[in-house]
Write a protein that binds this ligand. Sequence first.
Ligand SMILES: [Fe+2]
Length: 296
Amino acid sequence: MWPLWIALGILVITGIALLIRSEWERVHPVRAEYEISSPEIPEEAGDVRILFLSDLHGKIFPRDNEALYRILRETPCDLVLLGGDMMTKFRSAEKDRKALRSLLSGLPKGVPVCYASGNHEQKMLRLSEKKPDWEPAFRELLNEHGVRYLRNETVPFPVRGGEILVSALDLPLDAYKAGPKRPLPDGYFEENIGRKAAGRFTVLLLHSPLYLEEAADWGADLTLEGHFHGGTIRLFGRGLMTPQYQFFYPRCQGIFHTKGKAGIVSAGLGTHSVNVRLFDRPEVVLVTLKHTKTAP
Ligand SMILES: [Fe+2]
């Protein structure tokens, strides 16, 4: 058997190597690409390219966002969707705004941008009387960049000769509490965003991956989610830990099919509180929607 000091030495060296790897990953974003086919995607729209960004949490990549800007430059798109938690908390408001401004400045010009709430925005908007200058500054930043903030609503987006719908639903804040999943009240989707429009391809922005079944039951053709930061450390295709302390939850990053509908979970761009990423690079998601004659 090895002497204890050798075992300890190996442990320390491994720990340091993993920390170095984590620091490297945190500043090296990648582009994840997915393709969705459906007869409900209008043929006249051609291939619809959606850029999905989530969970920025005040992150600015080194050298003025060089790596992020490079990916954005190389990813032409028809629509940009921001999936929430682009802000973190009142205490870091200035840093959060600086990071969001930097990201927005790197987006392709003339492309519509929509932003849906994450739990952090919802919490701050709810508590805005505690920090009255936060919301006006936040809204002004969005206005400056022509960003449309969606809360419990559905909006149409014309793309070439066709149109897709984008819905955004705020979950109850209870849904973000640590521990097991909290069921949503009956009829929660319909009460807040109405019924899904029949025969019209609808992308739903729903921050938490825990509610993919409910989104599919409502009829969302594609649900875009984030929130879990990929699960912090990814092992065997699962995330070690979510911000709600679920362990080895399977839907921390990637594409998942439920009840004939698709959900894409982004690993997000930033982190907060637990600032570690291992085998879990920050990501920009590109989804290409393609018309097909028959359901896949
Ligand atoms: Fe979140």
